[in-house]
Design a protein. Structure first.
Length: 471
């Protein structure tokens, strides 16, 4: 059966960036130099303070954007989802963003496309606490990534899977926001492993942490970093997009041929004068990994699609007047639920992301898409930003869910977690979230979670069942 998802994304993403970048490289410039016209102000986002963003920094600081008539304001946004929203809203024009973030946004219907590939392979190293020398020693431990669904998240799960470790069962995966925070957690003993890249990886090496795996040595094609924009901008202002990419490509060439000047820019943005860190970042990323012609990798995109497809794909089987659906991720976890396909059956594979909603006194009250097929309560709370420090009550964490019964009727169930009790943290690592769950965090001002439980009982019982998981 043809993978419709892969075919569609190839037409929506691959064709756009391959043809567009070819037109930039081959077509004559629309103007000789932009000095005869006023500068056009645009905002450009980048998602991390790392060597992956160095072509953007050098292009800006060495005046190539101005050469092509662009006054660029570079903005740090440490969230691929927020970056995509900013692109669609027109708040930013371009973004240096991880490939998975751009592709996920596109699949969800956002007007986001990639027009260049900056890093086309995995560049991470897995660093561990002192004393860990074998992969099996990770079992029961905690490891760190920047964000769930990010390139570091994929790399961590990919590496653990190669070692025969189930990231969903054998370890706790924590999202810490950025790589310096991962290294700080490793140093403090809060995690036992972290997926790092230059320059943070070199700092970890200097601090004496052992490197268990170098994923770059695998040679896996992967769309790690890309330049993204919106299809609307390409259509409405094609000259702007071409000028941006011409400047960017010139910046790459300058970076590869002007070591001293480029390292001065790296020192400014990485906020370090450590020569070893700067040399390693320049040589391992700018000279080795950044292509002179930044075409994305179609194989790398397909790897991300396979990961996303397994997470979001739903198989619908129609047999006569009957029909049923099952998520492919559930089918992999529960092989006993598999069914034999018979002649005349109609099987449709569709992309249907799972989501949960966050309400109450959380730091982020919004609908959140599962970053992968299996998501646990501890991870969901982390995605929600945890309880608000001023308003949230950790003793009043609730999950609202409809649970199918044997008679085919779904029963509303409310699960109560008292996260002030240590047992709740261990349980939260194994309580699996379901599609359309509601995560609710009570308000600390009431300071009486027992009353909230009673209120929920009065509102929902006997219609709903209230299960206090950790009293």
């Amino acid at each position: 059966m043809r993978n419709c998802l892969t075919y569609e994304i190839r037409t929506r993403l691959a064709f756009v960036f391959a043809v567009f970048l070819s037109s930039i490289i081959l077509a004559p410039p629309t103007s000789v130099i932009a000095a005869d016209r006023p500068l056009q102000k645009i905002n450009v986002a980048y998602s991390s303070i790392s060597g992956n963003v160095s072509p953007l920094w050098i292009t800006q600081d060495k005046g190539f954007f101005r050469k092509y008539g662009l006054d660029v304001q570079a903005i740090l946004i440490e969230s691929g989802t927020t970056t995509a929203q900013a692109l669609v809203a027109g708040d930013i024009s371009f973004a240096s963003v991880a490939g998975p973030a751009a592709i996920q946004s596109n699949l969800r219907g956002a007007d986001v496309v990639m027009i260049a590939g900056v890093i086309n392979t995995l560049i991470f190293q897995l660093y561990t606490e002192r004393g860990i020398t074998r992969p099996d020693q990770f079992k029961g431990k905690a490891v760190a990534v920047t964000r769930f669904g990010s390139a570091t998240d994929f790399a961590m799960r990919y590496a653990l899977d190669k070692y025969g470790i189930d990231a969903a069962k054998d370890v706790s995966v924590l999202q810490l926001g950025n790589q310096p925070a991962q290294l700080a957690a490793l140093e403090a003993g809060k995690v036992q492993g972290a997926m790092l890249s230059a320059p943070t990886s070199l700092r970890a090496k200097k601090m004496g942490f052992p490197m268990l795996a170098d994923l770059q040595m695998l040679g896996l094609e992967y769309q790690h970093t890309s330049i993204a924009t919106s299809r609307a901008l390409i259509k409405s202002k094609p000259d702007l997009v071409r000028d941006f990419m011409r400047a960017y490509i010139e910046g790459i060439h300058y970076a590869k041929t002007h070591r001293k000047e480029s390292m001065e820019v790296l020192a400014k943005y990485l906020r370090t004068d450590d020569k070893d860190v700067l040399d390693d970042t320049y040589e391992s990323i700018l000279l080795t990994l950044v292509p002179e012609k930044p075409y994305p990798t179609l194989k790398g995109v397909q790897i991300i699609l396979r990961e996303l497809g397994a997470k979001d794909a739903v198989a619908r089987v129609e047999r006569g007047d009957a029909a049923f659906e099952i998520r492919l991720s559930d089918l992999l976890d529960l092989p006993q639920e598999d069914v034999r396909i018979e002649p005349g059956d109609r099987v449709t594979l569709v992309s249907r992301p799972q989501t949960f909603s966050v309400l109450g006194a959380a730091n982020h009250t919004e609908e959140i898409t599962f970053p992968r097929g299996r998501l646990f309560l501890s991870e969901a709370v982390a995605l929600a930003g945890g309880a608000n420090a001023e308003q949230g009550d950790a003793a009043a964490v609730f999950v609202f869910r409809y649970v199918p019964q044997v008679n085919g009727v779904s029963e509303p169930v409310v699960y109560h977690f008292n996260m002030t009790k240590p047992d709740a943290f261990f349980l939260a690592q194994h309580f699996r979230m379901r599609d359309k769950d509601i995560l609710y965090i009570g308000n600390a001002r009431a300071n009486q979670p027992s009353k909230l439980v009673q209120l929920l009982s009065q509102l929902f019982l006997p219609i709903a069942t209230l299960r206090t998981v950790v009293p």
